[in-house]
Design a protein around this ligand. Structure first.
Ligand code: GLP
Length: 254
């Protein structure tokens, strides 16, 4: 990131302030009919809570128009998990957005983790995103090893939507949702690729908490490269980064 790009970095006092700011941007995007690219994970829980609160406060006709026009595609899903598995990203999105907002099945799209052939499913999902005209606004969290979606390092900037093995680091990162057992985290996932993510019209990277400070610094302040897949975002012409003070604590050029 160059100094000039710092205009696109917002540092908020805490995770709730980050969530409020991100929810405002998501609401504005929805109001202009954007196709959203959505993410899961702990970072997104307060974001979706804040978004639901904002939507609930709209007048009924506006709220109805917004939910009727909702179109979103999630980044990723674990292979082997389906909507009935509480740890699936499909279940996460159902609880976080579909239930509170009353969205219809199909408005929130995710890869099918139960597909008989995950590679074929990745191709199908990629075509589905393309058929919708691509992603207008892609929301992203940051993995502790620098992954975005489930694009694990090393990863080139043009990786396609695909099925891939998850690293030991990522399975440890996500173990809390599986009773603390990294071995219980599925070994594979389907993810949109860095190519799909970088093709989005606008990208919004959201990072909170001190444990992400070092990887955020590498993401934004080291030359882009395959060892930190999120660092490819530096090349995106419309990247916005919203972080809390704890996550920003290792940045040099604040
Ligand atoms: C997960 C997801 C990512 C997410 C990241 C951070 O594995 N695949 O999309 O952004 O890791 O998760 P968290 O917000 O829980 O730290």
């Amino acid at each position: 990131m160059t100094l000039q790009d710092r205009r696109h970095l917002q540092i908020k006092p805490d995770a709730q302030a980050v969530a409020d700011a991100v929810a405002g941007l998501l609401l504005a995007a929805l109001q202009r009919g954007a196709v959203l690219g959505l993410a899961t994970g702990r970072t997104m829980q307060p974001v979706y809570g804040a978004l639901c609160a904002r939507i609930a406060s709209l007048a009924a006709p506006q709220r109805a128009a917004l939910t009727a026009g909702w179109r979103s595609f999630n980044l990723d899903e674990y292979v082997g998990l389906g909507p009935q598995d509480p740890q699936s990203f499909t279940a996460f999105m159902h609880q976080a957005l579909a239930v509170p907002l009353g969205l219809a099945p199909g408005q929130l799209q995710l890869p099918d983790g139960l597909a008989a052939d995950p590679a074929t499913e990745a191709g199908r999902y990629s075509h589905l995103v393309a058929a919708a005209g691509g992603i207008d606004l892609q929301l992203l969290g940051l993995g502790s090893n620098g992954h975005i979606g489930f694009n694990e390092p090393p990863c080139p900037s043009d990786a396609p939507c695909r099925c891939l093995p998850l690293s030991a680091a990522t399975r440890r990162q996500n173990a809390a949702a599986f009773g603390g057992h990294a071995d219980a985290v599925p070994g594979r996932a389907i993810t949109l690729g860095t190519r799909d993510i970088l093709a989005a019209h606008q990208v919004l990277l959201v990072v909170t908490g001190a444990p992400k400070a070092a990887i955020l610094r590498r993401t934004l302040e080291e030359p882009p490269g395959p060892e930190v897949p999120a660092s490819w975002l530096q090349n995106h012409p419309r990247l916005q980064v919203i972080v809390d003070a704890a996550a920003a604590s290792a940045l040099q050029l604040r």
